[in-house]
Design a protein around this ligand. Structure first.
Ligand code: PRE
Length: 114
């Protein structure tokens, strides 16, 4: 079925319009992906400082209680925003696992040399 509602081969004009809409959506997707990269870079620059503080003061790299609070908060935000909370939790855990790996590296390399 074409956009005009008829069965059979799609009309050229409908396909052209669909391609135009696809291009517009992709431009927005590219902008959002760029924002995500910048936000993640900003987040990692803060967690890097947290890692240094933790290493300098002998605090453990991971804080499971804090993670639990973050996950509950994000699940609730995701739900309100129409995003799958299970996906939001998995995404958060993926990021935090990487942050903890950075914290451990800073601790093992010595905070001063990081
Ligand atoms: O808040 C901390 O203590 C952090 O190290 C940051 C962070 C995070 O990425 O949000 C990472 C590891 C901890 O387990 C909890 C949270």
């Amino acid at each position: 079925m074409s956009a005009s509602g008829h069965a059979g081969a799609p009309r050229e004009a409908d396909v052209a319009r669909a391609r135009e809409l696809l291009g517009e959506e992709r431009r927005s997707i590219d902008n959002i992906d760029a924002a995500l990269v910048h936000l993640l870079a900003e987040r990692f620059s803060h967690t890097q400082r947290v890692g240094l503080l933790k290493a300098e003061h002998g605090l453990p790299p991971a804080d499971p209680a804090r993670e639990q609070q973050q996950i509950e908060r994000l699940r609730s935000l995701a739900d309100a925003a129409g995003l799958d909370p299970t996906f939001a939790e998995a995404f958060m855990r993926f990021i935090v696992t990487e942050v903890i790996r950075h914290h451990e590296r800073i601790r093992h390399e010595g905070a001063a040399g990081a």
